[in-house]
Design a protein around this ligand. Structure first.
Ligand code: FAD
Ligand code: NAD
Length: 443
């Protein structure tokens, strides 16, 4: 038998690592331990199951434990790794179904323990009717709660809050979105937040910004959210105020964290410990814009991390080249895509940064159904190096961000953007692509 690979965590990072290692080197003995009841699924699809657009949670599953077994990967759900001894290369596993603890060993170890929601330190969060959305179990619980609910309050207007606000409205709920900062998606510049707020309100979401949530009221079951701006009566509360990496197991065994608080790795996803790799939301990435470690807890990144770790373990040449910080999501009709640094973030980094923000369209002005499309470009004054940008559109036009992401990953300038030969036909773009219009605006 070949060497033994143990993967801790079986969602995006872990499942990718396990599948890739086995595929590239069938001699390897690959085992996955997953604490929850589910493996290998797209958590990114959870909002669309909540909205009812995807009929069942099972649809999100890429590979069941049975399918893994057929490929020779042994998957153990409801098995939690509670301790790892890197000097002996052994681990202690708790089987939640049988209620027993046992020992295992590894030659190669992949830590893919992901991240978990942060809960604000306010009274009342432990009550019934208060939820987070991270995994399939959370999805199951929320689906059940939606059946009897009429009103929902969401804490946090970040990615999850914005996607789920749409889902809850599609279920017919009254929705109040409570954001601590002065706009939705506050990590990006204000113009984008203003467009989002308008779209949310157009679809009946009540948006409260600059609000301090002080308590969740109720006697065992949540009844209202108490805030600095007043009380919001509700049947359920979704807490979507951010996440943090599950690094405790790694730390306890001596794996080094990076400056972001997630696990530090090299471009082969190796940690500081021999034959210990990390992948997914628990691990850092190299940020191509700032040339330093960065935490970008996203599904596509987790898959790339896992695939790289799996390939390296299997003896193949593979590297993860880092991230430009690209993300995309939608709230109702509005798709928002961002990459690199916002102006606010670029200034905070000490760049002499500037931005342009333009309004264009996603098709020729005469083409039926063409809609407004907005582009923000952030660049360094003088060198005109591109530092970041956003595309906001009412459809797939927001995917234009990918051209900008490609330039960012190569240190591109406004001149490089102007030199691009971008696609044009009336249904897809004005004759001058909105990205080019924005670049011209810099001049
Ligand atoms: P996780 O998904 O957190 O999985 C880690 C697993 O490890 C967990 O199942 C956990 O139970 C298990 N585990 C932890 N500790 C142990 C232990 N000690 N023993 C055994 N098992 C353990 N990203 C995008 O790029 N695009 C999107 O549109 C998008 N939408 C999202 C929507 C929602 C609602 C959510 C919640 C996330 C979304 N994401 C999106 C983020 C994406 O889902 C995550 O980046 C991805 O799931 C990370 O995968 P992971 O395997 O690193 O971590
Ligand atoms: P987030 O970091 O995107 O947003 C959290 C929001 O909560 C912020 O706007 C923050 O200002 C606000 N907030 C913090 N404390 C608060 C408080 N006490 N009261 C009110 N507001 C408060 O985090 P999230 O929405 O929980 O999403 C978690 C992660 O899931 C994201 O970081 C992302 O990695 C992933 N995700 C990605 C996508 C996508 O790429 N399309 C979609 C969903 C989730």
């Amino acid at each position: 038998m070949g060497k033994r690979v143990v993967v801790v965590g079986g969602v995006a990072g872990g499942a990718s690592a396990a599948a890739k290692a086995k595929r590239e080197n069938p001699e390897l003995e690959v085992v996955v331990y997953e604490k929850s009841g589910w493996v290998s699924y797209g958590a990114c699809g959870l909002p669309y199951v909540l909205s009812g657009e995807i009929p069942r949670l099972e649809k999100l599953v890429a590979r069941t434990p049975e399918e893994f077994r057929k490929q020779g990967v042994m998957v153990h759900t409801r098995h939690e790794v509670v301790d790892i001894d890197p000097s002996l290369k052994t681990l202690t596993v708790f089987d939640h179904t049988e209620g027993r603890t046992f020992q295992d060993r590894y030659d190669h170890l992949v830590l893919a323990t992901g991240a978990r929601p942060t809960i604000p330190p306010i009274p009342g969060t432990e009550q019934a009717g208060v939820f987070t959305l991270r995994n399939m179990e959370d999805g199951e619980a929320l689906l059940k709660a939606l059946e009897g609910a009429r009103r929902a309050a969401i804490l946090g207007a970040g990615y999850i809050g914005l996607e789920v606000a749409e889902a809850f409205r599609k279920r017919g709920l009254e929705v109040t979105l409570l954001e601590a900062r002065d706009r939705p998606l506050p990590h990006w510049d204000p113009e984008v937040g203003a467009l989002l707020k308008e779209e949310l309100e157009r679809h009946g979401v009540e948006v409260w910004t600059g609000v301090r949530v002080t308590a969740l009221r109720g006697s065992g079951r949540v009844e209202a959210v108490e805030t600095s701006e007043g009380v919001v009566p509700t049947d359920l509360v979704l807490i979507a105020t951010g996440i943090r990496p599950n690094v405790e197991l790694a730390q306890a065994m001596g794996v080094a964290l990076g400056p972001t608080g997630a696990i530090a790795t090299d471009e082969r996803m190796r940690t500081n410990l021999e034959e210990v790799y990390a992948a997914g939301d628990v691990a850092e990435s190299f940020y191509q814009v700032l040339k330093r470690p960065y935490w970008l807890p996203l599904g596509d990144v987790a898959n790339k991390h896992g695939r790289t770790a799996g390939a390296v373990i299997a003896g193949k040449e593979a590297r993860f080249h880092g991230v430009a910080g690209t993300a995309i999501f939608k709230a109702f009709g509005l798709a928002v895509a961002t990459t690199g640094l916002s102006l606010e973030a670029a200034l905070k980094e000490g760049y002499a940064a500037k931005k342009v923000f333009i309004k264009s369209r996603d098709g020729a002005h005469y083409y039926p159904g063409s809609q407004p499309l907005f582009v923000e470009l952030v660049y360094e004054e003088g060198t005109e190096r591109l530092l970041g940008g956003a595309v906001v559109a009412f459809d797939h036009g927001a995917l234009r961000i990918d051209a900008l992401a490609a330039l960012l990953s190569r240190g591109g300038t406004v001149e490089d953007l102007l030199a691009l030969d971008l696609a044009y036909a009336p249904p897809f773009s004005p004759v001058w692509d909105p990205l080019l219009i924005a670049a011209q605006e810099v001049r």
